[in-house]
Design a protein around this ligand. Structure first.
Ligand code: NDP
Length: 273
């Protein structure tokens, strides 16, 4: 029987995951179907249970259900436990196992696709929402010489630092203090760019040699605009999107699909929009 997978969220119509997984399945000769599921905000668990009864064996979970997926999972990976969020659910015959692949996705995009090794690098992460939580453990384990975190709501950044104290030391900086430091990689994990909003960042942190990375993809953000105008190298988060999907595919199918052709295809499609 063909295995059934899906991405579940609300809203979900915009998700590129079905296209990505269909390309992975074609490239690796896997027999599977992957669809989108819109769950009502109070119906996450019931929707997942119904999917499983219908033969579903794996789910990607997106906004706003990553925390609920964490609660639903009977077993969780170490990285999901640290993040307090699950974006990949796998049916293990009698229970859902939870994992999070955003951290691996980001690190692969930075280190392999963008050829920016993190060992010894000074990294600044902007944001303390679900996306930041999902990647901070991987950043702390990357060999970076310093990882700092800044968030509009300062308390949320402190909570992330406290939650990860056993993994590594996180420097919590208010926006006003960013200008006193130097960074090699600046990662925007806020949703500010989605609404075209700017962050209060001094232009001088984006000098030549700095990589500025925005997790938002497919649209020019004020963050990337400022970084580019100040001489930094820039990237959006399309590669991370594809890499986190590839990690989920690996968890489910035990195969690592090539990601570069999928990134190139989606990049072309976004340009044509
Ligand atoms: P959340 O809603 O959980 O968090 C939003 C974060 O953005 C918070 O830290 C919030 O700060 C901050 N923020 C929002 N607006 C502003 C603003 N105007 N000024 C300063 N800070 C602001 O969202 P997620 O963490 O889930 O997602 C963040 C972004 O990452 C989204 O744009 C999403 O599309 C992208 N993403 C991309 C992925 C990829 O694979 N490329 C994967 C996952 C996410 P505060 O705490 O003060 O409210």
């Amino acid at each position: 029987m063909t295995d059934r997978y899906a991405v579940i969220g609300n809203p979900i119509a915009h998700s590129k995951s079905p296209e990505i997984h269909a390309m992975f399945a074609r490239a690796t000769g896997q027999d599977l179907v992957y669809t989108r599921i819109h769950a009502e905000l109070d119906q996450f668990r019931a929707t997942v249970e119904s999917f499983q009864r219908g033969g579903g064996v794996g789910l990607n979970v997106t906004v706003p259900f990553k925390r609920e997926a964490f609660d639903l999972a009977a077993t969780r990976s170490v990285r999901a436990t640290l993040a307090g969020a699950v974006n990949t659910l796998t049916w293990r015959g009698d229970h859902w196992a939870g994992d999070t692949t955003d951290g691996v996705g980001l690190i692969r995009d930075l280190e392999i696709n963008l050829e920016r090794p993190l060992a010894g690098a000074r990294v600044l992460l902007l944001g303390a929402g679900g996306a930041a939580r999902g990647v901070i453990g991987a950043l702390l384990e990357s060999g970076a010489s310093m990882v700092a975190i800044t968030n509009r709501t300062h308390r949320a950044a402190i909570e992330i630092a406290e939650a990860h104290a056993a993994v590594g030391s996180l420097t919590v900086l208010p926006f006003a203090e960013i200008g006193n430091r130097e960074f090699d990689v600046v990662i925007n994990a806020t949703s500010a760019g989605l609404q075209g909003e700017s962050l209060p960042l001094p232009a001088h942190i984006f000098s030549t040699g700095v990589l500025a990375y925005d997790m938002v993809y497919g649209k020019p953000t004020p963050f990337l605009g400022l970084a580019k105008a100040s001489g930094a190298r820039t990237s959006d988060g399309l590669g991370m999107l594809v890499e986190q999907a590839a990690e989920a595919f690996y968890i489910w199918r035990g195969l690592r699909p090539a990601t570069a052709p999928v990134v190139a295809y989606l990049r072309d499609a976004l340009r044509g929009q």
